[in-house]
Every structure is written in C-alpha cells, then in structure tokens.
Design a protein around this ligand. Sequence first.
Ligand SMILES: [Zn+2]
Length: 512
Amino acid sequence: MNVPGPRVRIFDTSLRDGEQSPGFTMSSAQKITFAHALADLGVDVIEAGFPNSSPADFRAVQTIAREVRATTIAALARCHPGDIEACARALDGAASPRIHAFISTSPLHRRFKLNMSREQVIEHAHRGVTLARTHVDDVEFSAEDAFRTEREFLVEVFNVAVAAGATTLNVPDTVGYATPDEIRALFQYLRANVKDADGVVFSAHCHNDLGLAVANSLAAIEGGARQVECTINGIGERAGNAALEELVMALKVRGGWFGVETGIDTPKLLETSRLLSRITGNQVQRNKAIVGLNAFAHESGIHQHGMLKNRDTYEIMHPRDVGWPDSQLVLGRHSGRAAVVNRLRALGFVLDDAKLDQLIADAKALTHTQHVVSDADLLRLVTGNPDDAGWRIDSMSLIDEGQHTRAHVALSNPDNHTVKRDAQGDGPIAALFAALAKATGVDFELESYEVHSMGTGRDARGEANLSARIGGESFSGQGTSRDVLEASAIAWLDVANRLLRSHAMQRIPAFA
Ligand SMILES: [Zn+2]
C-alpha cells in the first residue's frame, strides 16, 4: 500500500444531497445556473441529481451534462437496472460522465430497509457496478451507512465492486454518527484490506448530525481518502453534509499539516455561497465560518486594535482569499478609538484629539439607535451634515385581496410632509416593500432578509434585519416592533435612509 498522492478531489453534492432536503428545492434552471458556478469554482465532480427520481431531475442532469464540459458530472443510481439506465441516458453526451451506484450495507439497513441477506447485497452491488461499467468508464460505488457496517463485510463488498470495475469507493457516514479517530482508522483499515486499494480512489461522505462532518472528512483524508463529498454552505439531508468552503479552507490554511491540495479557486467561495443562498432563499448564519457576515468582522475594541497593528493577531486567513473585499471593522458599541481613527483615515480624514473625542461620542450615541455605524454614517458625522430624520413610518395596513395583498403606507418624509401610497404584491412583505418603494422613490434588491422573534408572551418583539448591495456597497437595516411586518418596514426604511444619506454625502463638495 502506497501513500496516496496529494491531490484531494472535491465532489460537490449540493444539487443532489443538498437539493433533496426540505427547504432547499431548486428549479431546473436554478440547478443549471448553480452547476456552472460550481464548475467555475473548480470542483472536480458535480453530482447533478438522481435521474430516475423524477422527469424534472432527469432533464436537469441531462442539461448540466451537456452544458458543463470541464467538470465530471455524476448521476446517482440505486443498484437497479432502471436507475442505472436512466443515469446512462441522462449523461449521454457528457464530456466526463460518472455513474454513482449505491446500496446499503449495514445490518440495520439490510434488515429493515432492503430486507436482503449479505449475499443478496453483494449480488446487487456486483450487478449494478457491472451494468454501469457497460455505459461509462468512471463508476463510483457507495456502501450506504458504511460506517455502521461490519468492517470485514464492507471489505468484501468493496472487493466485489472493484472487481466489477468501480474506480471510486465511497464510504458514507450516512447518519453522522462517527468521530474523527474512528473515521481515520476505518479508512486506514480499508486501504490496507481492500484488494487493489492503490488502484481506486477512496471517498468520504460525512453528515453533520453531531457537527462533525468537516472534522470527520479531514480525518478521512488523513486516513487516505482522496475524494470528499461536500456541499456549499453545508446543505444536505437533516443537519447537512460537510461544508465545502470550510473543508477547502482548512486544507489550505493548514496545508502544512495535511499536506494535500484541492483545485478550488478559493476567492470564488463567497460568491458561490451567496448564489446558493439567493437560489434557495436560505441565508447562512452570521457567524458561519468562511462565508458568514461576521466571519471576518471584528467588533470588540481590543480585537480591532490588534488587527490594525497586524492582522495576523486575529486573522488566520486573508478575507480576500475567500472572496471578501476586506475585513469589515464594524463600528458597534464595543469599538475602540483606534478603529475609528483608522476608518476615518481610510475615508481621508485626520482629526485633532478634541474633534476626534466629539466624533467618537457622536458615533457611540448613534449605536443606541442602530446596530452598526457604517462609513456613510461616519462621513455624515465628520462633515457636520445636519442629521436629517429620514423617512419615518406613520401608519400602515394590509388588505388580503385573495390572490394578492395590498399594502397602504403613510410616511413622513425628511421635510416632515406626509406621503401616502399603496401597492399590490404576492404576499404581505412584497406588497409592503413595493408600497415603501413607491412612497420614497427608492428601490433596491434585497441581499438578505431575516426576521427573528425576541422574548415571549406580552413582551414578544420581532426584529427584522435586511441588507441590500447597491453600487458595490452593502447597506443593512434593522427594525424592531411588536409586529414583524412593522419591524420589516422599519428595517426597509433604515436601508433606504442610509442609501439616501450616502447619496446626499456624495454631492457635498467639501468632502472631496
Ligand atoms: Zn448523504
């Protein structure tokens, strides 16, 4: 048994394992868009779907196979002739097709899911891989629930699959039960005991039920796996799969430890993550590693001070390496003087101590009414632009019109005049935002929109957070109210007011 080479293949299953989980359904057009993004990112294999599961899935795999030429396109099949034939048809004409055939091997699955003996499982695996090889040269075989399968039986099944022509052997921890030490040992055992182990690629497919999917995938690589199955944002069945962006950055940042490499173009990680969020409507949590809004934000004063002297103090990778423009120094309640001075310098201002003290006091006062102080806010404070009140909400109402909802809003404009408008939308939020856009004359596409409830019973409040990206700058707004719709309207106006202020700023000549 030789030590496997340093190249780890990234097998992305966002479009199969990810897409099949509740809340992550994608249309065929969205799948095709995302497959192109995965190819640009540099993944080695895209698992495009399960062709025999539905005609729509079949067509999506077929289109991806025809359009995405630089990446291996895999399609999933049970070890049934019907599934395998459907894969072969869907992949017909692909530049680099792979059939991924699987069967459950664990005692629990054999008994309760398949009602098959060990011998029957082996027979099915043999027939499935043999048939797949009549269609394509690249066949991956998966032993579903491999981690809970008797080790010697797993070797037996894999030997049969290799003899039938499988070129990749996938070892899933289907239920997310393993620990890193166990996974590492299992891969070492399989590489030592499966015949011709050096001639095939071992693959890990880890689920995140205990939050260990990435750690287990890394341990599998240490044990000799050279393919990892993962998804953008870690989407997938139940708690999801290993998150591609975390796995890839762990291998990169700790390259000296792992001694392996991937083909991923890491500065595209963020945009790929954002694209998936937009397509599926599921934002990642703010504190998500690599791609969360806070992943490179430093709010506490002590951290900011260190960061400004030498970014290595609190950063192990450069934000640009994963696609962020730069670390954001969010000027919140805990920000220190050094952060403010630095931000101002970046904006072209150097203030004397007295002016700086005043500015810091003003900036802190602002954090009582808004979460973060943006560059636009700082500019407004430093150039002494009178604090206009911006647009405020006086009243709002929503009427259900059957197919549609109509929203009426009454707003006070910055000159304290009342503006009333109404608009129709598919639902209350769409109608409300449309009415606000009409009334203010400001319109933007939302980048994210989240509503949380805080507290319980009579004290319950809704908090809405939304962000929009306009002209390369990100504007976020926040609103709190007893009513989530009102909270959403306040948050929307917060963004609109920030946008208007920033535009107003750009017209002030003194500031150039
Ligand atoms: Zn899975």
